[in-house]
Design a protein around this ligand. Structure first.
Ligand SMILES: CC(=O)SCCNC(=O)CCNC(=O)[C@H](O)C(C)(C)COP(=O)(O)OP(=O)(O)OC[C@H]1O[C@@H](n2cnc3c(N)ncnc32)[C@H](O)[C@@H]1OP(=O)(O)O
Ligand SMILES: O=C([O-])CC(=O)C(=O)O
Length: 371
């Protein structure tokens, strides 16, 4: 028996949700380029959960259902208020709040398909409320309810900032949500599938996935990209700073990918949005720095920028606090986690690989007082 470190190259399941073939990403067979240019995030959620794009009346009904499920129990808001918000990371708060949401859902442990779909809708709807409520409470502001006439993307920015966003902001944010929605068997999605393959419930699966997304080698990288750009400070300092990091064997956040070797097809959209939005907000230095870093790493390490790299300067230009970047990833990716959870239930088998034993053998037990 031999093992593959990090399960690289191992095909662990069949899935009809998204595919990455020859550096091309599709959701249910639709090219990500097409979806990023044309679709709303609501359409993409519907697509991932139903394996088809909605008709207009189906889409309208779905949007209404989402908005009408965005409320969060007062007890959870009160719980958020009880933390020391100067030290709690919003991903930790989100992880706990999602777990708590399960305590307020009388169907949490009802395992039939219809109930699981209803829970999926509730979770997708409530996660943006938790993230925006956390961000507002920590600034001493009250959480805001969504507006029926706004899209999912617009409502998120409205609930975060308390004012209706500009069209260009909504367009950029919607595109970012579409681009982050699903990504085959990434670490957090795999985590969700492993969890629910024990026939544990949807809330457990999503709580586990949030825990995996939080790490800096996965979704947590976007916040760290912005920390790196802030630390570098100027376009002139970009290459010297990166050289120093590489000398110190530090990883450059937002660079590299387990699957893509030639380039992440999502990055070009985020790069363009970063160019536009940083220019519009007079912060082009972040885009210019990012381009220099991307080119340098490509040339010297052969590594491409991943989805987290330019999303950092995009969210920064939208005025979003840096530690809210990874929760925003969760606001989008929960759509993919839920699609995978529903797919796992529909054709379940316990996920239980083997480990190659590398420890000592043949040891003899000695009583504690003789050791
Ligand atoms: C949404 C997402 O999850 S996208 C990924 C987000 N994560 C990041 O951006 C963090 C930075 N990137 C990384 O850590 C990695 O590229 C990962 C985790 C994304 C992929 O990891 P793996 O497939 O395991 O690649 P691995 O870590 O083995 O890297 C292969 C080689 O490239 C190097 N390398 C990979 N990424 C980087 C990086 N960002 N900076 C510098 N060197 C890197 C490794 O040090 C290694 O070099 P070596 O062979 O000389 O030891
Ligand atoms: O697929 C991966 O390994 C990481 C990634 O890009 C994602 O989750 O979007």
């Amino acid at each position: 028996m031999s093992s593959t470190k990090g399960l690289e190259g191992i095909t662990a399941t069949e899935s009809s949700i998204s595919s990455i073939i020859d550096d091309k990403l599709t959701y249910v067979g639709y090219d990500i380029d097409d979806l990023a240019e044309n679709s709303s995030f609501e359409e993409v959620i519907y697509l991932l959960w139903n394996q088809k794009l909605p008709k207009l009346d189906e889409l309208n009904e779905f949007k209404t259902e989402l908005i009408s499920n965005m409320d969060v129990p007062k007890e959870i808001i009160d719980h958020l208020k009880s933390y020391d918000l100067s030290t709690v990371h919003p991903m930790a708060a989100l992880r706990t709040a999602v777990s708590m949401l399960g305590l307020f859902d009388s169907e949490a442990d009802v395992m039939d398909e219809a109930a699981n779909k209803r829970k999926a809708l509730r979770l997708q709807a409530k996660i943006p409320t938790v993230v925006t409520a956390f961000a507002r409470i920590r600034k001493g502001e009250d959480p805001i309810s969504p507006k029926n006439e706004l899209s999912f993307a617009a409502n998120f920015l409205y609930m975060l900032n308390g004012k209706e966003p500009e069209d260009i902001e909504v367009e950029a944010f919607n595109k970012a949500l579409v681009l982050h929605a699903d990504h085959e068997l990434n670490a957090s999605t795999f985590t969700a599938r492993v969890c629910v393959a024990t026939l544990s419930d949807v809330y457990s699966g999503v709580t586990a996935a949030i825990s995996a997304l939080k790490g800096p080698l996965h979704g947590g990288a976007n916040e760290r990209v912005m920390a790196m750009l802030t630390e570098i400070g100027s376009v002139e300092n970009a290459i010297p700073a990166i050289e120093k990091k590489l000398e110190n064997k530090e990883k450059i956040m937002g660079m590299g990918h387990r699957v893509y070797r030639n380039g992440d097809p999502r990055a070009k959209f985020l790069r363009e949005m970063s160019r536009e939005l940083t220019e519009l907000t007079g912060q082009s230095k972040y885009y210019d720095m990012s381009v220099k870093i991307e080119e340098y790493i490509k040339e010297n390490k052969g590594l491409p920028a991943n989805v987290d790299f330019y999303s950092a300067s995009v969210y920064h230009s939208l005025g979003i606090e840096h530690d809210i970047f990874t929760p925003i990833f969760a606001v989008s990716r929960v759509s993919g986690w839920l699609a995978h959870i529903l797919e796992q239930y529909s054709n379940n088998r316990l996920i239980r690989p083997r480990a190659e034993y590398a420890g000592p053998k043949g040891q003899t037990y000695t009583p504690v007082e003789e050791r």
